[in-house]
Design a protein. Structure first.
Length: 341
């Protein structure tokens, strides 16, 4: 069945961590972390609408300039989410260049600094104003949701890595496929109207535990334009096959402390895929504590307790470059609960 998210890790586990998520059939992509992005093509960078930065250590933020270089003449704004200092970090990067020739460009960089689980500060940098910072105040956060899109939700939680670091999850509430047999029976053809239909349904309907679509607003009367005319939206519901949406989680550079681990087990619950660091083997826990990184064993335990379906390890210390298999094995054995050391 067609999926909404198509993701790929840009570098191997010893390169800078970075995940590109392309949204199926839309000219749109999301980026998790902003490390070395040289392997992302120019045309793919142009599609990026939102970037989620865990923290501004250089291996997670060096790609910023390249993104701005590529999208400088773009109409659509770019949104950048990150820890509280992200606005300052973006401002610092932008101040490293001279901007006297961009006042006709429409680009806006919208920047969101997540302060805690309740609020984030918002600032905009517009090309038309020479990318000077415009502070726009504070935005409230409810249920960890930092971006509520009609197609998916992005949640964030603040953890520690010596400095604040953000973990993200991106979730499609439910996924809609079209029943082609039903479609044909009704003499309807595939076309862009189906994309519009899915968007309308996702914007205005909840999928309740009884697997019934319920309108968010009871008085709502919606119609949809089909190739055979405009009809009430409920009439096309038999065409829809609805399944659970996918949950993608991303965790980098987190201190191996009880408080972080507890928060993560909750936050990552039932993720379909977790992209995670496993910077050290557990035999090097002292080093992990010093450097504020998770060990492979701890990652495995978190994944097991949070009932994560698949774990993909991204960020491993160069110390293990000769034998990364040891790290993967430790994660896997710990995840299966067969590691007692
Ligand atoms: Zn790192
Ligand atoms: Zn770091």
């Amino acid at each position: 069945m067609a999926k909404l998210f198509h993701y790929r890790a840009i570098n191997n586990a010893f390169g800078d961590p970075c995940i590109l998520i392309q949204l199926s059939r839309l000219k749109r992509a999301l980026l998790l972390d902003l490390g070395d992005i040289r392997r992302i093509s120019f045309s793919e960078i142009l599609k990026i609408s939102d970037i989620f930065v865990t923290h501004t250590h250089i291996d997670h933020f060096i790609g910023f300039d390249q993104v701005i270089r590529a999208i400088l003449r773009r109409q659509e704004p770019i949104r950048i989410f990150g820890p509280e200092n992200i606005i300052e970090a973006v401002e610092g990067k932008l101040r490293g260049y001279t901007w006297n020739l961009v006042e006709d460009y429409p680009l806006k960089i919208e920047t969101y600094g997540i302060k805690n689980n309740k609020e984030m500060s918002f600032a905009v940098f517009s090309a038309s104003k020479g990318f000077k910072k415009e502070e726009k105040g504070i935005i409230g956060i409810k249920n960890n949701i930092i971006l509520n899109d009609s197609l998916f939700k992005v949640k964030a939680t603040v953890l520690s890595h010596g400095i604040p670091v953000i973990a993200y999850s991106i979730q499609e509430e439910y996924h809609i496929n079209i029943n082609k047999v039903e479609l044909e029976k009704r003499g309807l053809q595939i076309g862009p109207w189906l994309g519009e239909l899915k968007k309308l349904v996702k914007t205005h309907y909840k999928f309740d535990p009884h697997k019934i679509l319920k309108p968010k607003n009871k008085n709502l009367k919606l119609t949809v334009d089909t190739p055979r005319g405009t009809i009430p939206i409920e009439e096309v519901f038999p065409l829809l096959i609805i399944t659970k949406g996918e949950k993608i989680s991303y965790v980098m550079d987190v201190a191996p402390k009880e408080e972080n681990i507890k928060k993560l087990i909750n936050f990552l619950r039932h993720s379909d895929i977790l992209f995670c660091e496993a910077y050290f083997l557990h035999k090097d826990i002292d080093r992990a504590l010093q450097r504020n990184h998770l060990t492979a064993k701890i990652v495995g335990e978190i994944a097991r307790k949070a009932k994560v379906r698949e774990v993909k390890i991204l960020h491993i210390s160069p110390k293990y470059i000769e034998n990364p298999q040891e790290v993967y094995k430790e994660v896997e054995r710990s995840r299966q609960g067969i590691l007692h050391q």
